[in-house]
Structure formats: structure tokens, C-alpha cells
Design a protein. Structure first.
Length: 173
């Protein structure tokens, strides 16, 4: 199956909301979002995508498989403050049936190319400590673990750790 990646556009709003709802409903999913917390409407998502389209500080990409949205990745500046304007945060998700098939790698390639072109020196992300497949993927793209946030995520009655990872570009690496 062929996966393609392109910048997200407002016409993707309904598919992205459906993707998020499907992820949140997935048992044992490694995102800190419960199904009842997915409150973004298609109109909200469309408005967000319109804002992102013209921004030099934020980008969103979609992965397409069989003509449908099967994943997404966002990269956004941590802040506009000069002291940390060189830092971007990255978040990504891939639909269950498309994991370990290259969609994540394709999204990472596009997102990091955008971050590099926009001169972000540091890209950071947060990942559940138990999500070893994602951690391996991030390591393949130059991310290194910088620390563990103990009991950071609540899942029912359990408290889970997450890992802070970052990739430094160029001379800072």
C-alpha cells in the first residue's frame, strides 16, 4: 500500500476530526485523550487549518492511504518569545490499520523537513514510555530521550510515565 503525505488543508477537517475520534476510542491508545474529550467540531478544525495554512510557525501534514486520511503530524513553535523561538513541538498519530507500514516515517520526513526549512534548531516531543514502537521510530529520526516524567499520564486508576525526546539540528546536535 502506498502512503503519500501532503500539507493538511481545510477540506481535510472532517477526516481529521473522524481520525481523532477513532484514535480516542481505541482501547489502550497511547494518547492522553478520552473519547468524551474530543469536542472539536469540523468547523473548529477547518478554522484551525485555515490559520495554519498561512503560518510560518506551524504546519500540519496528513498521510493518505487508499485516498483517505490515515495519519497526521503537526509541528509548531513552542513560543514566539526570542529565548525559545528556535524550539518546535511535534505531535503525530497514525490510524491503527496503518501503523508499522511507513506512514509514521513518511510523516516524520515531511515534518522534520519543514522544521529544518523554517530554521527550528530543536524539535521536541512527548511519548508514552510504553510506546516502544514510536520511541524506536523517533530514534531513527535522530531524537534522543532527555528524561522521563513519572506518573505524568492518568489512565483510569493507573499513572503512566512519558518520555521527553528531542532532536537537535546542525551545530547544536
Amino acid at each position: 500500500m502506498i502512503v503519500t503525505v501532503r500539507p493538511a488543508k481545510p477540506a481535510d477537517a472532517a477526516a481529521l476530526v473522524a481520525h481523532l475520534k477513532a484514535l480516542a476510542a481505541e482501547p489502550g491508545i497511547d494518547i492522553p485523550l478520552a473519547p468524551d474529550e474530543v469536542t472539536m467540531t469540523v468547523a473548529d478544525e477547518r478554522e484551525l487549518l485555515e490559520e495554519i495554512a498561512g503560518s510560518p510557525r506551524t504546519a500540519m501534514f496528513v498521510a493518505l492511504g487508499d485516498g483517505a486520511v490515515i495519519g497526521e503530524l503537526s509541528v509548531k513553535a513552542l513560543s514566539s518569545r526570542r529565548a525559545v523561538a528556535h524550539i518546535a513541538t511535534l505531535g503525530m498519530s497514525v490510524a491503527a490499520g496503518w501503523r508499522r507500514r511507513g506512514a509514521g516515517a513518511a510523516l516524520m520526513t515531511a515534518g522534520l523537513a519543514w522544521a529544518d526549512a523554517h530554521e527550528f534548531l530543536r524539535v521536541e516531543l512527548y511519548v508514552y514510555a510504553r510506546n516502544t514502537a514510536a520511541i524506536r521510530l523517533y530514534e531513527q529520526f535522530g531524537f534522543a530521550a532527555e528524561g522521563t516524567r513519572k506518573a505524568f499520564i492518568r489512565e483510569g486508576d493507573a499513572f503512566l510515565d512519558d518520555v521527553v525526546m528531542a532532536r537537535l539540528r546542525g551545530a547544536a546536535a
